[in-house]
Design a protein around this ligand. Sequence first.
Ligand SMILES: Nc1ncnc2c1ncn2[C@@H]1O[C@H](COP(=O)(O)OP(=O)(O)OP(=O)(O)O)[C@@H](O)[C@H]1O
Ligand SMILES: [Mg+2]
Length: 392
Amino acid sequence: MASETGTAETQLSDGTLLRVEVAGRDDAVRYARIALDAASGALAATTKRRERERDLSTEAGIVGRSGPMQELFRVLDRIRGSNATALVLGENGTGKELVARAIHRMSKRSDKRFVATNCSAFNDNLLESELFGHKRGSFTGAVGDKPGLFSVADGGTFFLDEVGDMSPALQVKLLRVLQEGVFMPVGATEPKKVDVRIVAATNRDLQTMVREGTFREDLYYRLNVVQIRVPALRERKDDIPLLADFFLGRLAQRDGRHKALSRAALDRLLAHRWPGNVRELENEIERLWVLSGDEGLIGEEHLSPALGRGLVPAVTSSSERRPAPTDEALEGLTDKSLPDAVEALERRMITDGLRAAKGNKTRAAEALGISRRNLIRKVQAYALDDVGRERS
Ligand SMILES: Nc1ncnc2c1ncn2[C@@H]1O[C@H](COP(=O)(O)OP(=O)(O)OP(=O)(O)O)[C@@H](O)[C@H]1O
Ligand SMILES: [Mg+2]
């Protein structure tokens, strides 16, 4: 049959043209078989890659399937078994501690201890004694010898959270542990030697701190051997439904009942910017779980006001202006005198602006539509200096 001839072609991404000329039924069947083989091969490879990614996510105990998370899992996989110091960077609530635990779990030290401490939770003296321990009588209240967390973590992994908040004096001491593996307990005369793998984390911009002279450059390079950036939730919105399901599943297990999100509620979760990242989402889901009572399908009416009604997006960049306040934002203001209400609203908007800008006054001022100098004056007047810098 003359009609059994034809041509098929496709162009590869590099411009190469592939062309098949079919002249008869046998040819057609042969080429179709080759095409099917190629397709099934490609499908098998994709399935295998997906399975591997799912395995890594499970192994790490970190939920996520989005591109940025797959990249993170690949890094975790690559440094598996390594002893290298790691620096985990990311905004508040992105899962830095989870990543640090995964690094430990996937290392050769996994049968040893994972010890964590938060460098911003103590004053300098307390942190030094917490990290390096002290000798009895070395200061008032030191009634006995105390080993210090570096000793406790010997052989294992030590997670130094908020390392950007460490004082210059302690930075020197930490550098010594990293360089020589030794430290001096408070009040001791002999240094102690330990074998500790350090994973440090911070939500601060260490490079800028180095430039400004508040963080030691040599320490920065010692910590920054393997750098892992944990993406903000707004950079991986695909993960929101997955994370919501994960948290709902955990609550379902706890309470022995099931609940699901309505489409409208999920849409609102997807539209939010999540300045508090996964922690904020986790809290929101718990809140929804409680507030929805006996309902099996969680409706959007239970969402917290912070998620807006699609009208009040959080301040995102300097070019975005804050829209006019909604009725919700005015709640509790209308029963005050006008001057008091104006003051309360001003304070509230400045607080929100500073939080959204993570305490960056230039960005907050731009978003609020006032000058930086004006903002600083108001921040002082309302004693809001620490807003946006506080930790949850
Ligand atoms: N990918 C994730 N999958 C599951 N749970 C997550 C994920 N990321 C974060 N979480 C949960 O969110 C909360 C915050 O995570 P984590 O404490 O690791 O964040 P963080 O970056 O250390 O925050 P912070 O900077 O505030 O200390 C935890 O309860 C954690 O279990
Ligand atoms: Mg943390």
